[in-house]
Design a protein around this ligand. Structure first.
Ligand SMILES: Cc1ncc(COP(=O)(O)O)c(C=O)c1O
Length: 392
């Protein structure tokens, strides 16, 4: 191996060794035969034979379509099917338009990188997902964080940003954007969307909401929290992802028609990437059709969640949980070692539960992240909580 290449190899190995010593080495591991309290498959769609058969049937009905999209949507990858699915999504999510992306990561990256421009201000909740952070890093706007779900802090920052926008000579036309998640992925708590939209209206800011963990779970038919609260006309853009409760993959940015045209022109993950293949488009369509027929899956999910929370107060009194009413329930186990140890105990008892360690969450806030699903039985919930009780 050339000396220079050897140097790169040893640098990479050193960095991995440092991670390993800190107990933070990420490794891929197969999950076998453990009861799922980890995945984002909240409604059990990813394991549904009915949905699988519907997708297979849709594939068979469209046998003339190519297997791959063969290019970006701006080149060979554009199809009537993609346009149709986007129109269906816009209707379902009760807005003017939708634009598909390969995943929520790409959607957030594309949206946040290109929407706020130089001279604009992007205010982000301190706990937003890495994909929004990465998009914000690529943007030329000024980025400021506000404390998690803290409306006073946000208002102070809005005041500063809008004063600056109106009086600052260098940025006379700057816009202000506020980016939040509706259900926070690591704490499971909800954004105060009503108050956030009021504040954004008051200061003329545009609200961007990542609905990754609310899609399929909230709303009359799973349209997300924004629709559940009737705020769809007041939120500028939403990101819906289909790899979680919808059980398939992909994502869409939904909002006004001009936003779709804008993203087609400026969102680099959309422009410079081969389009989703027909199979994926059909899977996204089928998953949404299936969602409309499954109100009982959502009811079961809420039932199981209520049961879980009742059992927590019976079996683990005094334990410390994040303030979550959603299927993402987090037991705080301070310290990476302790959190890892607690997760291993649950895993040995047959439950797939993962520890979330610092620095992913702040030190002292290490936790077990437990995802409740419609398919988790009461016996499984009891078994999981027992495994956490023993040895406390
Ligand atoms: C809040 C949030 N937004 C976006 C994403 C990315 O979505 P996807 O998995 O479709 O890339 C995730 C994934 O974990 C997420 O939790």
């Amino acid at each position: 191996m050339p000396i220079l290449t050897q140097h790169v190899v040893s640098t990479l190995a050193d960095r991995l060794a440092i991670r390993q010593q800190a107990g933070l080495l990420r490794q891929l591991r197969l999950v076998t035969n453990q009861i799922d309290f980890c995945s984002n498959d909240y409604l059990g769609f990813a394991r549904s034979g009915n949905l699988r058969r519907a997708i297979q049937q849709a594939d068979m009905n469209q046998i003339s379509l190519p297997t791959g999209a063969t290019g970006s949507r701006l080149l060979a990858g554009q199809t009537e099917l993609a346009d149709e699915v986007e129109q269906e999504l816009a209707k379902f999510y009760q807005t003017e338009s939708a634009l598909l992306f390969h995943a929520g990561y790409n959607a957030n990256l594309g949206l946040l990188a290109c929407l706020p421009q130089a001279g604009d201000t992007l205010l982000t909740d301190e706990l937003i997902h890495a994909s929004m952070i990465d998009g914000a890093r690529l943007s030329y706007a000024t980025r400021r964080r506000f404390r998690h779900n803290d409306l006073t802090d946000l208002e102070n920052q809005l005041r500063l940003a809008t004063n600056f926008q109106t009086t600052g000579l260098s940025h006379p036309l700057g816009q202000v954007f506020v980016a939040v998640e509706s259900v926070y992925s690591m704490d499971g708590d909800l954004a105060p969307l009503g108050e956030l939209t009021d504040l954004c209206d008051e200061y003329g800011a545009s609200l961007l909401v990542d609905e990754a963990h609310a899609t399929g779970v909230y709303g009359p038919t799973g349209e997300g929290l924004v629709v559940a609260l009737g705020l769809q006309k007041r939120v500028f853009a939403r990101v819906h992802t289909f790899g979680k409760a919808l059980g398939v993959h992909g994502a869409a940015v939904v909002g006004p028609a001009v936003l779709r045209d804008y993203l087609i022109n400026f969102a680099r993950p959309f422009i410079y990437s081969t389009a989703l293949p027909p199979h994926s488009l059909l899977a996204i369509r089928c998953a949404h059709e299936y969602l409309k027929t499954q109100p009982e899956a959502r009811e079961l999910l809420y039932d199981r969640l209520t049961y879980f929370r009742q059992r927590v107060s019976d079996l683990l009194p005094g334990s410390s949980w994040t303030d979550s009413q959603t299927p993402i329930q987090c037991l705080i186990v301070p310290g990476n070692e302790w959190a890892r140890h607690a997760a291993e105990r649950a895993q040995q008892a047959g439950f797939d539960v993962r520890a979330i360690l610092s620095p992913t969450v702040p030190a002292g806030q290490e936790r077990l992240r437990i995802c409740i699903h419609a398919f988790n039985t009461e016996a499984e919930i009891n078994g999981l909580l027992d495994s956490l009780t023993i040895g406390r």
